[in-house]
Design a protein around this ligand. Structure first.
Ligand SMILES: C[S@@+](CC[C@H](N)C(=O)[O-])C[C@H]1O[C@@H](n2cnc3c(N)ncnc32)[C@H](O)[C@@H]1O
Length: 271
């Protein structure tokens, strides 16, 4: 794939954040909808009222589902959002945990962090902090967080097991993860996995659903629940891949609805 994939992902999201800052993009790479999903309008995910969030944060939504729906956040909890982008989920979560709680957003892309901090300021969210760093090396201590959320980010990592190990490390005993991410439900042609445009658009790097469950099990997570929610049709995928993808009609048939925005839930043992 040539250049280091993490650098390509960073460059991609840096450009999107730059456009969002200038107000020249309402989203990024898909067919006129969110980067990670063009199948469902992001507004459909967010059943709760977002009217008190800055419009710039809502417009920057690049997720593939809504982790807040199943995160069960409570007042006073400490929460971390991996790959926080423009900050929509962090700012929405800040209302659930209140002033006694704290929400961290972690992202590697400077332009996204700038956008997120501007949105934090617009909302006046004192219980929010955006951190710069990688989801594979989370800059927080062991056993320090009640809930780890993420929305359409882990698929972008080239070392997903390491990300889930890092989450396990920083969660407190009994802590939980609530991840919205794209998973593969079928075997996918290797050619598709090598298309950079489909990787940075959150598709090509998506783990198989069984691999996800196996990794979580092996690390020691409990109460694992993985549920596909929003399926990608071949038309949407074709739009993402662009004309140069060189994928045959048969291969398009194979990947029709092979990927889905999914809910991933698990807890770490109490002791
Ligand atoms: C598809 S966007 C999702 C943003 C946000 N979660 C949302 O729902 O709007 C992916 C975000 O993850 C960040 N990201 C991707 N890979 C990362 C990594 N390895 N470490 C830290 N951040 C990463 C990108 O910079 C980008 O802001």
């Amino acid at each position: 794939m040539g250049k280091n994939m993490r650098d390509q992902v960073k460059e991609h999201y840096g450009e999107i954040a730059g456009k969002l800052q200038k107000g020249s993009a309402s989203c990024c790479c898909g067919a006129g909808a969110s980067c990670c999903t063009s199948i469902v309008n992001p507004e459909a995910f967010y059943s709760e009222d977002l009217s008190d969030l800055p419009v710039e944060a809502v417009n920057a939504s690049l997720g593939c589902a809504n982790p807040l729906v199943f995160a069960g956040l409570k007042e006073g909890e400490t929460v971390l959002d991996l790959g926080s982008g423009g900050g929509i989920d962090v700012l929405a979560a800040s209302r659930y945990v209140g002033q006694k709680g704290k929400v961290y957003g972690l992202d590697m892309t400077d332009e996204m962090l700038e956008l997120a901090n501007n949105n934090k300021e617009r909302m006046g969210a004192a219980n929010v902090e955006f951190l710069k760093g990688f989801i594979e090396e989370i800059p927080l201590p062991d056993n320090s967080v009640d809930v780890v959320m993420s929305n359409c980010v882990i698929n972008l990592s080239v070392d997903k097991e390491r990300v889930f190990r890092e989450i396990f490390r920083i969660l407190k005993p009994g802590g939980r993860l609530a991840i919205a991410d794209i998973l593969a439900l079928k075997e996918v042609p290797e050619k598709v996995r090598k298309i950079t445009e489909m990787w940075v658009s959150c598709i090509a790097g998506a783990m198989h659903i069984n691999t996800c469950t196996k990794i979580l099990c092996e690390i020691g997570y409990q109460k694992i629940e993985v549920e596909p929610k929003h399926y990608y049709t071949k038309e949407v995928l074709e739009h993402m891949a662009g004309n140069e993808a060189g994928i045959s009609d048969l291969e398009w048939e194979l990947i029709d609805k092979a990927f889905a925005g999914s809910h991933i839930k698990a807890t770490v043992p109490v002791t």
